[in-house]
Design a protein around this ligand. Sequence first.
Ligand code: NAD
Length: 283
Amino acid sequence: MSFGSVGVVGVGTMGSGIVEVTARAGLPVVACEVSPEALEAARGRVEASMNRALKRGKLDEAELQATLARVAWTVDIDEVAGSDLVVEAVPEALETKLEVFGHLDRLLDRSAVMATNTSSIPIINVAMGMSRPEQVLGMHFFNPVPVMKLVELISTQRTDPAVTDQVTRFSADVLGKQVVTAPDRAGFVVNKLLLPYLCQAIEMYESGHAAAEDIDRAMVLGTGHPMGPLTLADLIGLDVCLMVAESLYAEYGERFYLPPSLLRRMVAAGRLGRKTGRGFYEY
Ligand SMILES: NC(=O)c1ccc[n+]([C@@H]2O[C@H](COP(=O)([O-])OP(=O)(O)OC[C@H]3O[C@@H](n4cnc5c(N)ncnc54)[C@H](O)[C@@H]3O)[C@@H](O)[C@H]2O)c1
């Protein structure tokens, strides 16, 4: 049985993409943010992204309007109550996620499924705070969500296999994503490999080994990556990179997961990359 309605809690960089792909797949979506200002910004992100898709001919004006009409915007988390699946995409901090999940646990029907889009927090640490850990799993989308095909699906030792099957089928058949099953270890598959690379690039830049543009151009031209590591870190968000590196270091204790000091300083300075207009580059 597939999901008939979806809630998204936290509609920032990732949540706005998740809202868009779900509504474009034809489902009603409740999009929940923390304040009216954040909600307006979220709505603006979804509309801007859909207008870009319109310009590229990926959908027509009627589809755009029908998609937007399927989204209900709210600052009241209680309005996600009727959703069959809720995807949480609030900032990467365990206490924030536990607070949101605790609320959802009290609010949702017993059959509802709760997914976290965490990049690195072990899913079991979120699930065990709930009265129904068998209904909790990780659904890790990639940025930008409407473009990137991958979803990593992470079940815990307590996730009901029927729930994993249901979410796998939903991700593939309804959202049109490619699913990779990943272990419930910090960083899953992609970030476990990606973060040492990003941290090394930041260290190379910090130590004067090479200029930012040269590091990025070298990796684009030399490996065929669509963008270099510093551009990618700016796109992901430097705060997200820092929190993911810290989770990886906490789990594996390997030096190459240790966040470079420049990354810490840039986050402390509010230079978070594209979303704040400045990171390694200006936007
Ligand atoms: N940025 C990426 O490339 C990326 C990729 C995959 C996964 N993730 C993960 O997705 C999650 C969100 O990351 P992001 O980059 O979208 O962060 P973000 O900072 O862009 O968005 C988080 C949003 O959550 C909102 N929020 C905070 N507390 C809330 C609450 N209690 N209720 C409702 N909304 C709340 C904030 O206002 C903000 O808009 C994190 O766990 C991150 O690790 C990020």
